[in-house]
Structures are given as C-alpha cells and as structure tokens.
Design a protein. Structure first.
Length: 142
C-alpha cells in the first residue's frame, strides 16, 4: 500500500518535468519504497497498515519518493532546484522522526488492535507452598 499516488508525487514532490523519461513503473516503485520508509517511523506508534491518513503523511511520502527518483535520474548538488528537493527530503525525514517521538501528531486511523475482548483469568494463591517439601505455611495476608 502506498501513501501517495503519482498525482501526489507531482503535487508535493516535484513537477512532472523534473523526472524526465523515468517510467511510470519506476515512479510507482519509488512511491511504494517511500511508503515503506514512512512505515518504519510509524510502526512503533500505530498498528499498520493505516486505514486512513492526512495530507502530511502523503506529502512526506511524496518528498521522499521525489528525492529518490531524482537520484536515479541524476542529482546535481549545484542546481538550485535539486538542493531544494534535498532540503524538502530532509524536512520530511525530520518530521517523521518527530512523529516517531510523539512530538508531531498526524491525523491517522490505525488498524484496530487484535486484542481479544475477554479478560485473562486471574490466578490467586491462598497459602505459601514450599516447593521442595510440599509443606504449606499460614497465609501472609497479601
């Protein structure tokens, strides 16, 4: 599951022209890879896969995918636009770190927990037993 679409990649990542002749399959693979990177930050906080997420998750995914795609196409650190994309990538990673540390709070709907709705049985002991001899002692009151 990807947190962003090809249209999101162009809206939040980089203009379509920036990707040159890269194939659609390459772009979709980059979006999937970026979604998995996002999951590594969300996994400790939410049950995955998410059922719904806000635009901040989509934007972070798109920025990561755009940066990775430009590294495939060719990255020029002297180019002003390429440096801008690197900055946006770093901002996305920094935001994900804040989410992981519970300092940023995206509006997401995680999977329901698979915890049974019945209570675990409780075991109570009424006396102290010496496991070596099997002898019991009087109750201690706790």
């Amino acid at each position: 599951m990807s947190y962003a679409t090809e249209a999101d990649l162009y809206t939040y990542g980089a203009p379509q022209q920036a990707f040159g002749q890269l194939l659609l399959a390459t772009k979709l693979a980059a979006l999937q890879s970026a979604s998995e990177i996002v999951d590594t930050y969300l996994r400790g906080r939410y049950s995955l896969p998410l059922l719904a997420w806000d635009i901040s998750v989509t934007e972070a995914t798109s920025r990561i995918a755009a940066y990775n795609l430009l590294n495939i196409r060719g990255y020029n650190p002297a180019s002003g636009s390429d440096v801008n994309l690197e900055t946006r990538y770093n901002q996305a990673i920094d935001w994900l770190k804040l989410v992981q540390k519970q300092q940023a709070h995206p509006n997401v709907t995680p999977q329901p927990n698979n915890v049974p709705d019945w209570n675990q049985p409780v075991v109570l002991s009424s006396s102290v037993v010496n496991l070596g001899t099997g002898a019991t002692a009087r109750k201690r009151g706790w």
